[in-house]
Ligand binder design. Structure first.
Ligand code: TMP
Ligand code: ASP
Length: 235
């Protein structure tokens, strides 16, 4: 497949057209942002780690019956994926209280839930990704009721597969964010990335943070945390 012109640049990835209109190439950057892009930095090696980890997890999910946009890893940073239009919802699953959940409800981090929670935010940096419930999403024609039900069922399935997988590596999957996309024929598939940028990972023994919270919260040891997650996954 031939790489053509850049068609999009986001905060952490660039997207290129290819000679086939059904496929695009994503290229992962080392750039990191937080607070809707207000806080900027770089995390050395992040692009390659997020690319490789995402692709590994997408394959694992495919094997477990979750349709994804993944096609082929080209190199450390670049991957061919099916071209989708992203459903502008950030789908967040939580197994343990942390982050904005802990803040919003005034509870400590680390409360283990009896069953996972799901929430949506409307993907819009200018509005600071406001929380959006399914009625809001339907009213604004972000998705249909059927699409939302399907997205929810896929998101919980992803959680079951990933929670068990990460626990086998000695890592607790605290929470994570997913994005879904629509193929030209309307089929919904899992898209975007699954990485320490988009998940909270805590060491199962020590609760040490092994994810982007180290960057968001200026904790130091950011690169080492990403490398540690890479080692857990790839040995
Ligand atoms: P939150 O607690 O800040 O709402 O984050 C929940 C999860 O979603 C956490 O694993 C980090 C991830 N996330 C993103 O991937 N992108 C974002 O823009 C935000 C705010 C969170
Ligand atoms: N990616 C988001 C941003 O740049 C925030 C985050 O991951 O915390 O604002």
């Amino acid at each position: 497949m031939e790489k053509r012109q850049q068609i999009y640049e986001g905060k952490a990835k660039k997207v290129y057209a290819t000679d086939d209109e059904n496929f695009v190439i994503v290229s992962y950057k080392d750039d990191a942002t937080a607070l809707d892009g207000l806080k900027k930095g770089t995390i050395a090696g992040k692009g390659a780690i997020n690319n490789r980890m995402t692709n590994f997890l997408m394959r694992l999910l495919e094997k477990n019956g979750v349709p994804t946009h993944f096609v082929e890893e080209l190199n450390d940073r670049e991957t061919v994926v099916k071209k989708v239009s992203i459903v502008p919802l950030e789908v967040i699953i939580r197994n343990v209280s942390a982050g904005s959940f802990a803040k919003r409800f005034g509870v400590e981090e680390g409360i283990v839930f009896d069953s996972p929670t799901i929430e949506f935010s409307y993907k819009n940096d200018e509005l600071h990704d406001p929380l959006m419930n399914s009625y809001h999403a339907i009213a604004l024609k972000v998705a249909t009721r059927e699409e939302i039900e399907y997205i929810k069922s896929l998101a919980f399935k992803v959680n079951e597969v990933l929670k068990e997988y990460f626990l086998s590596l000695g890592v607790k999957l605290i929470d994570f964010k997913l994005e879904f996309g629509k193929l030209a024929d309307g089929t919904i598939v899992l898209a975007d990335e699954i990485s320490p940028d988009t998940c909270r990972f805590w060491d199962a023994e020590t609760n040490e943070k092994l994810d982007k919270d180290r960057f968001r919260r200026d904790m130091g040891g950011v690169e080492d945390a990403y490398k540690e997650m890479m080692h857990r996954v790839f040995g």
